[in-house]
Design a protein around this ligand. Structure first.
Ligand code: ADP
Ligand code: MG
Length: 319
C-alpha cells in the first residue's frame, strides 16, 4: 500500500484499557486477563461477495465485521474486551483507497467504543477484500452459555425479530431499498446486554447467524434433543410485513441468515421472569417453541401439524 495502513487504523483507536499492557505496535499484544475470570474467544471472517455484496459502504463493512464477532460473545454471555483485525485488501482497486480504510475504521470503532473494546493488534495483507476479526471477552468461571444445556420441555425464545436481514438482502438483490431492513443487514446490533442478562438463566443459547432452523438445530443436536417451532409465533417486524406477504416473511424468519438475534432455552416456569429481565434492558424476547425428546427441528402450523420446509438455512458448502 502506498499509504501507511496500520497507522491509519491506529489513528482511530481511542479506547484505553488498563488490562492492555502492550497494544498495537510490537510483535504481539500483552493482555492481562482479570483474576477469577475465564477468557472467551471467537473469530469470524467476512469475504466480499460472500458475506457482503460489493458496493457495501466501508463503514458498514467495518461495523459488521466486529458485530458478527461480538454476537458470538453475546451468545456465550461474555463481556467483550479486546479484538484483533486481520485485513486483506486488493492492491490495485480504484474503490479501495485511504478513504476506504478510514471508513472501515470508522464503522469498526463506532461499535467498539460503545462496548469499551480495544483493538490490540492485527495483520495486513493484500488480496481480495476480506476482514477477519478475533474477539476476546470474559465470563465468571463456569457461567458461559453453551448450546448443550437444553432439557426436554424447556421453552425456546428469540430476542427481537427474525428474517429482517434476509429480507433486506432480497430487496438489495432486486435493486430496491427499505432503510430499516437494509439497516438490519448492514448494521446488526450484537445482543451483548441480553447475553449478560441470560447468564445463570438460559439453559442453552446461541446467536442466529445462519437461519433459525439451522441454528436451533445446533442446540437440539448439542443437547441430544429435538425442537418444535410454532410458525405462528415467529416474531416478524412491521417493516418486513409491509414489504412481503406472510408466507415469504415466515420463510425469511425460518431460514434467512444474518439476524444476530439470540435464540435460547429456559425452563417453562422461568419464562415470564426472564422476559421481564430482558424487557428491563429494552430487549423483547418471544417464545417460539419448545425442546422435545427426539432429534431434529420441526416447524408446526396452527394445527400443530409439521410443515415441509425446503431450505434449512444458509449453508456455505451447499451447491
Ligand atoms: P509483524 O510483521 O511483526 O507481524 P506487522 O507489521 O504485521 O508486524 O504489524 C505491526 C503491528 O501492527 C503489530 O502490533 C500488529 O498487531 C499491528 N497490526 C497490523 N495490522 C493491523 C491491523 N489491520 N489492525 C490492527 N493492528 C494491526
Ligand atoms: Mg513481528
Amino acid at each position: 500500500m502506498e499509504f501507511r495502513l496500520i497507522d491509519r487504523i491506529r489513528a482511530h483507536t481511542a479506547q484505553q484499557r488498563d488490562d492492555v499492557k502492550l497494544g498495537i505496535g510490537d510483535d504481539a499484544a500483552v493482555l492481562a486477563v482479570p483474576a477469577g475470570q475465564e477468557l472467551v474467544v471467537a473469530i469470524d471472517t467476512m469475504v466480499e461477495g460472500v458475506h457482503f455484496p460489493r458496493g457495501t459502504s466501508p463503514e458498514d463493512i467495518g461495523w459488521k465485521a466486529l458485530a458478527v464477532n461480538l454476537s458470538d460473545l453475546a451468545a456465550m454471555g461474555a463481556t467483550p474486551a479486546w479484538a484483533l483485525l486481520a485485513l486483506t485488501m486488493p492492491r490495485n482497486d480504484a474503490a479501495v483507497t485511504a478513504d476506504f480504510v478510514d471508513g472501515l475504521a470508522t464503522g469498526f470503532f463506532e461499535l467498539a467504543q460503545s462496548w469499551r473494546l480495544a483493538l490490540v493488534g492485527g495483520d495486513t495483507t493484500s488480496g481480495p477484500l476480506c476482514l477477519s476479526v478475533a474477539v476476546h471477552g470474559f465470563v465468571p468461571p463456569g457461567q458461559a452459555l453453551t448450546r448443550s444445556g437444553a432439557r426436554a420441555g424447556d421453552i425456546v425464545l428469540v430476542t427481537g425479530t427474525l428474517g429482517d436481514a434476509a429480507a433486506g438482502l432480497h430487496l438489495l438483490q432486486r435493486g430496491e431499498h427499505e432503510a430499516a431492513l437494509i439497516g438490519r443487514l448492514n448494521r446488526p446490533t450484537p445482543r451483548l446486554s441480553a447475553g449478560l442478562a441470560l447468564r445463570g438463566q438460559a439453559s442453552a443459547c446461541l446467536d442466529v447467524s445462519d437461519g433459525l432452523i439451522a441454528d436451533l438445530g445446533h442446540v437440539a443436536e448439542a443437547s441430544g434433543l429435538g425442537a418444535h417451532i410454532d410458525a405462528g409465533l415467529l416474531p416478524l417486524s412491521p417493516s418486513m410485513l409491509a414489504m412481503f406477504d406472510d408466507e415469504q416473511a415466515r420463510m425469511f424468519a425460518l431460514t434467512g441468515g444474518d439476524d444476530y438475534e439470540l435464540c435460547f432455552t429456559v425452563p417453562a416456569n422461568r419464562v415470564a421472569d426472564v422476559q421481564a429481565d430482558l424487557a428491563r434492558i429494552g430487549c423483547g424476547a418471544t417464545r417460539i417453541g419448545r425442546m422435545v425428546e427426539g432429534a431434529g427441528v420441526q416447524v408446526l402450523d396452527a394445527n400443530g401439524e409439521p410443515m415441509a420446509i425446503s431450505r434449512k438455512g444458509w449453508d456455505h458448502f451447499a451447491a
